[in-house]
Ligand binder design. Sequence first.
Ligand code: PLP
Length: 375
Amino acid sequence: MNLFDVYPLFDIAPVKALGSTLWDANGTEYLDLYGGHAVISIGHSHPHYVQRLTEQLNNIGFYSNSVQIPQQQELADKLGQLSGYPDYQFFLVNSGAEANENALKLASFHTGRKKIISFRKSFHGRTSAAVAATDDPTIVAPVNESGNVVFLPMNDTAAVEEVLSSNEVAAIIIEGIQGVGGVVIPEPQFLQELEKLAKKHGALLILDEVQSGYGRSGKFFAHQHAGIRPDLITIAKGMGNGFPVGGVLISPEIPAKHGMLGTTFGGNYLACAASLAVLEVMEQENLVENAAKLGKYLMEKAKALPGVREVRGQGLMVGIELEEPCAPLRKALLDQYRIFTGSASNKNTIRILPALNVTKAEIDRFLEAFAALVK
Ligand code: PLP
């Protein structure tokens, strides 16, 4: 059987990893500044993470949500404490797309409405809500079939209010920072207006923090830079440092009902162990602060590099937009300097999404390689 060939892959197969370093079978070493689409938050194979998962596997690997799984409450408590949302409720799933699907379902149940407002160039996973970061009609098509999603320009409050005033909108969904769309930060005033307008028109505000969340932006959630409190917050990616896990933080004003949501694997023992290990390491090693400090350093230095048109980002979610398409430079960084970087739907933008405990020396290695390649 052949694999369904949907991924453009690097011709590299890592067999070992530690921190921000990867090795292939020949022992060739790579610097990972991409972390598999922002997934690696505490570094590859962190010893505390490995220990937590191994211990859990030796006790019990799996049982479904038909029994008590106390680790779920332990995780909810720790996440509530570190994220600043101790009063919210928590629903565990397995991925970012699933987190968004459940947030949209909840918004629809709660409001009795069907329409969704999303923003152009946003990406919310392969959901019915929005696959809009690409202009490829063969990928965007399934979204339009549902007919319930309205794509609006970002930072256009009047356009949002016009759609909301139909009183048919269940939710507005927006990324804390657009990732796939090219590392674009919504204006803080726009997020504040969305919060107010959603309340005024009886819709819910969903903040998709799947990529921008979990400390990456230099605050626990990117939307906290704007001082808002959304009704629903979706998380995944860095949450499990590679273990597939996601979740929805749910306002205390949204009541739960048995059978309303459900998942076979969501909140399993291993997912909880991985997620707890991530939060413990983030707290012990002050990784949110490290993301803020090193992100600022990287962005300041990147602005001075040759061939750079603009640097956007917050913390360690950084987009470096070049004057030209970035593919040749990314290839040279990988082939000649063994450095992994990412791209975006905007072909000129390099996305840098390293582990939150990346070091200054590793950032400098990237900056020096970049400067040597673009003279
Ligand atoms: N939301 C955002 C903002 C994302 O960047 C992604 C993935 O890139 C998703 C949702 C989907 O997450 P997953 O691939 O875990 O379904």
